[in-house]
Design a protein around this ligand. Structure first.
Ligand code: SAH
Length: 253
């Protein structure tokens, strides 16, 4: 029996989704609006996989295309992020409970971070689905399981020893965080934020407006500080593909 529901899977960059695209069976490729959408099956599940490119606009237009052209009924965003909260380490995974656009500011007309005319600041992910994913990712991150997928050398290069999965707030905006000052400013104004990235809250807003369940999963590639560019670059070249692929395999199974 094939499942008629279609799940949309997005990442921002090829290194976040290429591992997943390689797993697809019966792939049909289609270009729409300068992006390539890969429609196919993971087991019995029909999915459409795409990378949006970086930033909120790119993410919003791509998720809208998945909703309108492919009529997907659920969305998974998978990618990397910079750690903000002191509990978060490189190699950990953050599953979003909710998301906020830290660069939205129409004050004094509206409270800082609130989306004008929508009257919302935080967008909730699908809570049941997210909780289910948290426990699955927890098993994947057990050192003996993770080392079946990523070599011990690579794990030690990034000092990944006991990676954890967290459930909490993710902040998004059109900035790559590469200074301690950016990190401190965000932490001081929104102390509950676990990690920062550039697409999740845009996906969240579009899914909210289309009333579509979604989840956002981010592996920590860097500490959103002065070492971020180097750490991000090597993490996406060496590891993020494996994390993305193994997480999606587990979710869809
Ligand atoms: N090196 C890329 C730019 C990467 S932007 C280029 O050459 O174009 C970083 C990407 O990873 C974004 O998609 C964002 O969502 C996520 N990300 C990872 N670490 C981040 C950080 N420290 N600050 C902001 N976004 C981060």
């Amino acid at each position: 029996m094939q499942n008629s529901e279609i799940i949309g899977i997005l990442g921002a960059i090829p290194q976040e989704v290429n591992g997943i695209i390689n797993l697809l069976k019966g792939t049909i490729e289609k270009k729409i609006g300068n992006r390539t959408y890969y429609e196919g099956y993971l087991g019995n599940q029909k999915v459409v996989v795409v990378y949006s490119r970086i930033g909120k606009v790119a993410a919003a237009v791509t998720v809208s295309t998945l909703l309108l052209e492919y009529k997907v009924s659920k969305i998974i965003f998978i990618g990397v992020a910079g750690g903000i909260h002191s509990d978060i380490k490189i190699g950990d995974v953050v599953v979003a409970s909710n998301l906020v656009q830290y660069d939205m500011d129409a004050s004094p007309l509206r409270p800082k971070y609130e989306i004008p005319l929508l009257g919302k600041t935080y967008f909730n992910t699908d809570q049941d689905w997210s909780h289910e994913i948290v426990s699955k990712i927890n098993s994947l991150l057990q050192p003996e399981t993770l080392s079946q997928h990523i070599s011990k050398d690579e794990l030690s290069k990034f000092e990944i020893t006991a990676p954890k999965v967290h459930f909490g707030t993710i902040a998004s905006g059109d900035q790559f965080f590469s200074t301690q000052n950016q990190k401190d400013t965000l932490h001081n104004s929104l102390p509950e934020v676990l990690c920062v990235e550039m697409e999740g809250a845009a996906i969240a807003q579009v899914c909210y407006e289309f009333n579509t369940p979604f989840i956002v999963i981010r592996t920590i590639s860097d500490n959103a500080n002065q070492e971020a560019s180097f750490s991000f670059q090597s993490f996406v070249e060496e590891i993020s593909l494996t994390y993305g692929k193994e997480i999606i395999k587990m979710i869809i199974e």
